[in-house]
Design a protein around this ligand. Structure first.
Ligand SMILES: Nc1ncnc2c1ncn2[C@@H]1O[C@H](COP(=O)(O)OP(=O)(O)OP(=O)(O)O)[C@@H](O)[C@H]1O
Ligand SMILES: [Mg+2]
Length: 250
């Protein structure tokens, strides 16, 4: 077996207010693999992914492509790991959408004549090429999420980490993102409450509970094991027939 691209051992993290958010996490991600991260609200998923590019640093070890994350490896680690935040408002900060997507490319040394077409290409991939001149803060939630994803994909990092990338996307947007992510060669960690998305994207999943990984398997196995699936379509009363006395309460 080749070396993992991400290896986490004994990770613990306590927020300054005393909340123990991670309580001994062991995890590995192989080259080219996609892993879904599942688990209830507040179980530590976002805290975990913030450790993967050193935004948070807890006890234990986190290694990326053989580099142990620490003060002196932050720059090369951040080139390897592209992180899409749960909240796109935390990701977008430039005056225009195009500048936002081009920001990392320009920062990594590309000239504007190379960076801007590349940024436009990735905006096209997420269906946002029409909005390059708009201010990010004028976009809708789903549009912001698309632009945030484009900005990270444009950097073509070796490892993609996406925290709830479908929260604001409409169903066709979710379907397009699924197809886009499936077409990429990178290793990927995707935090999601979207069970269909997890099943369609990842062969392996882990399940967080109270700051620990308490289950590992296929997404379907974990969804069954933790009783995490939504019920099927309602088999309750059919809606009243047109012209009947039933009144819609909506
Ligand atoms: N900045 C913070 N300061 C104090 N506690 C925090 C902070 N951020 C998160 N927490 C706490 O840490 C725990 C883990 O939070 P985290 O955001 O990692 O959960 P999550 O699994 O991503 O949840 P969700 O599914 O709602 O996104 C929670 O108890 C949360 O209240
Ligand atoms: Mg979260």
């Amino acid at each position: 077996m080749t070396d993992p691209v991400v290896q986490v051992a004994g990770l613990r993290y306590r927020y300054p207010d005393g909340t123990l958010a991670l309580d001994g996490v062991d995890f590995r991600l192989e080259k080219g693999e996609t892993v879904a991260v599942l688990g209830p609200n507040g179980s530590g998923k976002s805290t975990f992914v913030l450790h993967l590019n050193g935004l948070l640093q807890g006890e234990g070890t986190v290694s990326v492509c053989g580099m142990r994350i620490g003060h002196e490896t932050l720059t090369p680690v951040r080139r390897k790991v592209g992180l899409v935040f749960q909240d796109p408002d935390e990701q977008l900060f430039m005056p225009s959408v195009l500048e936002d997507v081009a920001f990392g490319l320009l920062n990594s040394g590309l000239k504007p004549e190379e960076a801007l077409p590349k940024a436009r290409h990735f905006l096209r991939l997420v269906g946002m090429d029409h909005a390059g001149e708009k201010a990010p803060y004028h976009l809708s939630g789903g549009e912001k999420q698309r632009v945030a994803i484009a900005g990270v994909l444009a950097m073509q990092p070796e490892i993609l980490v996406l925290d709830e990338p479908t929260t604001f996307l409409d169903p066709p947007g979710q379907r397009d993102l699924l197809a886009l992510l499936r077409s990429l060669p990178q290793a990927m960690i995707v935090v999601t409450h979207n069970t269909l998305f997890a099943e369609s994207l990842a062969a392996r999943a882990v399940f967080f509970e109270r700051g620990k990984i308490v289950g590992e398997g296929t997404p379907r196995e974990l969804l069954d094991c933790f009783n995490w699936s939504l019920p099927g379509p309602s088999r309750g009363q059919p809606p009243p027939a047109a012209g009947s006395s039933g009144q819609s309460r909506l």
